[in-house]
Design a protein around this ligand. Structure first.
Ligand code: DP6
Length: 325
């Protein structure tokens, strides 16, 4: 019973994935580009055990049940099929992604699970194969196999829908300030939200076309270390993604008044010459793309606008690591 442990870091999309062309293979409608984060990650240990009569899944020392458990066992079935493995598995996972921070933990969770489970089942997958496998658990997990900036090509089948590193080591100053907003609206998960937007928003096709057209522009901005261009593209792309939700039928919304306060604050700070841009995912928290040198002035402005607000700094992070034992 060889144990394998994988550590995968979460990532935030600068050009978003919001909708699937194929829900079984998890093929997206858009190519997305992300930044992997150093501070937030998941550690997962997997070993297969002939004595088990069902998969045993623990998350942060609690037995996992329900929908989350079903997603994990379905994912393990994929790994078992690939490896000819018939035994059930122990999966022990620890999330170092504060749930209150509203950062997607499914990206790091399924990337770490893909890494540990495939090795425990005797598979030696390449990073690209690992990315394709992780994609089947959660689309954004395909990008968490890689460090730095990663691009998930939407592709047209299981083989071609895969992430790749754009720049793994980032030696210039860029960070994400995560602004934690507690006024949580009713929770609609990203899987349900993106399907509903795709099915009902009259702007959905426009979102897809605009987002895909931004891919080469974002690549150039990254190659040029151009934080203003990266930020402008990311903020516009995020707002357009949220516009598909606002125009869905019925409409829904992840952003709260506090989210908008932060987005508007970024606009005001830019008028003062500070490079700060907002990106938002399937929740009310706002991530601010900025330079580390501007942290103090940005956090001071946030504290004045929203007294007591909590801000977490996140810097570029590494690719997945897998260790035995
Ligand atoms: C808004 O990867 O969580 O964070 O593939 O259905 O598991 P599933 O969805 P998920 O969606 C992430 C959506 C997003 C944008 C992004 O990360 O690209």
């Amino acid at each position: 019973m060889t144990h394998f442990t994988a550590r995968a870091h979460t990532n935030i999309a600068l050009l978003k994935y919001w909708g699937k062309a194929d829900t079984t293979l998890m093929l997206p409608t858009t190519t997305s580009i992300s930044l992997t984060l150093d501070e937030f990650y998941t550690d997962t240990t997997v070993w297969f055990d002939a004595a088990l009569v069902a998969d045993d899944v623990m998350l942060d020392d609690e037995v996992m049940t329900g929908k989350g458990y079903d997603k994990v066992t379905r994912f393990l079935d994929l790994v078992r099929d690939m490896a000819g493995e018939t035994r059930y598995a122990h999966v022990h996972s620890a999330n170092h992604v504060p749930t209150a921070a509203g950062l997607a933990s499914s990206a790091s969770a399924f990337a770490a699970l893909a890494g540990a489970a495939s090795r425990a089942a005797g598979l030696a997958l390449s990073p690209a194969e690992l990315s394709r496998l992780a994609r089947r658990g959660s689309g954004s997990a395909s990008r968490s196999i890689f460090g730095g900036f990663a691009q998930w090509d939407r592709g047209h089948d299981d083989l071609t829908s895969v992430a790749k590193p754009l720049v793994e080591t980032i030696d210039w100053p860029i960070q994400l300030l995560t602004v934690i907003i507690n006024d949580q609206p009713k929770k609609i998960d990203s899987r349900g939200g993106m399907q509903h937007a795709k099915a009902t928003s009259p702007f959905y096709d426009d979102w897809v076309n605009r987002s895909n057209a931004l891919v080469p522009v974002m690549q150039t901005a990254i190659a040029n270390h151009d934080i203003d261009q990266i930020g402008q593209l990311a903020e516009a792309n995020a707002l357009q993604m949220h516009a598909t939700n606002a125009t869905a039928q019925p409409a829904f919304n992840y952003l709260t008044d506090s989210s908008w306060q932060v987005i508007n604050l970024a606009t005001r700070l830019r008028e003062q010459g500070i490079s700060v841009y907002a990106t938002m995912d399937a929740g009310p928290n706002v991530k601010l793309i900025s330079r580390p040198a501007d942290t103090e002035v940005i956090t001071a402005a946030l504290a004045e606008a929203i007294p007591g607000v909590v801000v977490r700094t996140a810097t570029p992070g590494p690719s997945i690591k897998i260790v035995e034992g």
